[in-house]
Design a protein around this ligand. Structure first.
Ligand SMILES: [Zn+2]
Ligand SMILES: [Zn+2]
Length: 169
């Protein structure tokens, strides 16, 4: 597990240190789909600065996630540069903004922090391409490969119940 033992840094006030470490990323589950980090281990940089009143942590890493398109279930991937900052004052009360949730027992848990920062940086939808047409709601075929419409098809009664509801709203 990637973590930084803060006591061993022995920083003086105003002093900063840059640390490079490898972060292991477990697959992410989003909207019931699984997204693997490729590679699963990524290098991360953490800058630790001992400021007045708190220690400042700055995290930077690059990650690539691969999994199904949320519309058509085809191959999709997303790359992101993550930058995040945490403040920590060991004397602050739990729940205080100056008390980082990622510092436990004097250690900064970089794995957990990186994971949350990536999750926050992800787009709402992971798509094979921004204009993915998705799957046909009637027959389930891929509308990217076979664009089509069903003019005269009876909609599934469950769908028409939804339509009625929408009309009434
Ligand atoms: Zn798609
Ligand atoms: Zn269809």
């Amino acid at each position: 597990m990637a973590a930084i033992d803060l006591r061993r840094l022995r920083l003086r006030p105003g002093e900063a240190r840059r640390l490079e470490l490898d972060v292991e990323l477990e697959p992410f589950v989003l909207g019931g789909q699984r997204y693997e980090a490729l590679p699963a281990t990524v290098p991360a940089t953490v800058d630790v600065t001992l400021a007045t009143g708190a220690t400042v942590f700055d995290l930077a890493l690059h990650a690539r996630l691969v999994g199904p398109c949320m519309r058509c279930l085809g191959h999709a991937e997303v790359e992101l540069d993550v930058g995040a900052r945490e403040l920590h004052d060991p004397d602050a009360r739990p729940g205080d903004d100056l008390r980082s949730d990622y510092v436990r027992d004097g250690r900064l848990e970089v794995d957990a922090w990186a994971r949350d920062a990536i999750a926050l940086g992800l787009p709402d939808q992971i798509l094979c391409r921004s204009d993915c047409a998705g799957l046909c709601p009637v027959c389930g075929k891929d509308l990217n490969a076979e664009p089509h419409e069903h003019a005269d098809v009876e909609l599934d009664p469950r769908w028409s119940a939804l339509e009625d509801l929408r009309d009434r709203l």
